[in-house]
Design a protein around this ligand. Structure first.
Ligand SMILES: Cc1cc2nc3c(=O)[nH]c(=O)nc-3n(C[C@H](O)[C@H](O)[C@H](O)COP(=O)(O)OP(=O)(O)OC[C@H]3O[C@@H](n4cnc5c(N)ncnc54)[C@H](O)[C@@H]3O)c2cc1C
Length: 289
């Protein structure tokens, strides 16, 4: 997509503004206010209060109910379900600014045509299995599975002067480490990914101008994804379909009147589909009739 996914968000924001929405950026919500057990608005981190008879949470359940709402009126079973949601972040992301395209083994020269799609560095099923196994024990493999994209091949405007951006999703990398912590392992993770790419593209490190590592901890701290879970709660059988986000509260409604959900925590889960938001909007509008 020209301009990357940011262009999609910008287009959606423009459409919403055109339809009369007011969007406030850089405004952390620190509390969802309640009146008579109904959502009554939000308080921002700067203390500003916004009143509303409907509040839609676009974030995960744990943060919403255990961080932003007074959980007092909640039923004990509901609270137990919320506390039991599992969040097992198992991936990291490494972004590279490249002076030039690396030459991948087996491809004819730079072969930019072949590099336009997904580049999956996982040669066999056994490799994939071994890349996954250590995460169960809070460790990560020396040979991770990499899912790489070079978006500048499809949209050169994303880097100036014919340079490139390479983005590698790194699996499987645990949020909870058995030994060490992500502050000290941050650089080692970047080096591991560079080494792994170099196995397939030997000149890779010569092409790298800058490397930005997003550890599972950074996913939580910088992107508000609890325990690095990009899906706002694991997509497991017990947290899917009529049990997502929690049993009894599917259909984008919440245990509290006037509060709704529309994030990846809801059915059908994560992905840039917009379906969660669309379904939530339909649900809210249906309730208005
Ligand atoms: C590294 C990575 C790669 C991915 N790759 C893909 C992919 O290739 N394809 C795909 O389809 N999906 C991908 N996903 C998943 C996809 O990005 C998510 O499923 C999707 O963004 C979820 O949308 P959302 O609106 O529910 O939540 P989010 O995108 O997480 O949006 C929630 C927003 O709420 C904000 N927020 C949090 N707390 C507060 C607060 N207290 N006050 C105010 N604002 C707050 C956050 O800053 C964030 O902007 C990826 C995710 C990650 C992390």
């Amino acid at each position: 997509m020209k301009g990357g996914t940011g262009a999609l968000t910008a287009a959606l924001a423009d459409a919403a503004k055109h339809a009369g929405a007011h969007i406030q950026m850089n405004a952390d919500v620190s509390q969802i206010t309640m009146r008579n057990n109904c959502a009554a608005g939000v308080v921002l981190a700067d203390g500003k209060t916004i009143s509303a008879d409907k509040v839609v949470s676009a974030i995960d359940m744990r943060t919403t109910y255990l961080g932003l709402v007074d959980a007092g009126p909640l039923d004990g079973t509901v609270l137990k379900h919320i506390r039991n949601i599992t969040y097992s972040g198992t991936m990291a992301r490494v972004h590279y600014a490249l002076d030039d395209l690396p030459v991948f083994k087996g491809l004819d020269g730079h072969s930019s045509q072949a590099l336009r799609g997904h580049i999956q560095l996982a040669p066999t099923m056994t490799y994939l299995q071994k890349a996954f196994d250590p995460v169960k024990y809070g460790q990560f493999s020396e040979h991770p599975y990499l899912d790489i994209r070079i978006p500048t091949l499809n949209d050169p405007s994303m880097a100036l002067g014919g340079k490139h951006v390479l983005s590698a999703t790194v699996k499987y990398i645990p949020f909870h480490l058995r030994e060490g912590n992500w502050e000290t392992l941050h650089d080692a993770l970047g080096q591991l990914v560079s080494r792994t790419i170099s196995e397939w593209a030997p000149d890779f490190e010569q092409c790298v101008q800058h490397c930005h590592v997003i550890t599972p901890l950074a996913m939580q701290n910088d992107y508000y994804l609890p325990e690095g879970s990009l899906t706002h709660g694991d997509i497991t059988l017990d947290q899917s379909l009529w049990m997502r986000p929690i049993p009894g509260y599917t259909q984008y409604q919440s245990p509290l009147k006037g509060l709704y959900h529309c994030s990846a925590a809801t059915h059908p889960g994560a992905g840039i589909t917009g379906i969660n938001g669309l379904n939530a909007a339909r649900r809210i509008l249906r309730g208005k009739k």
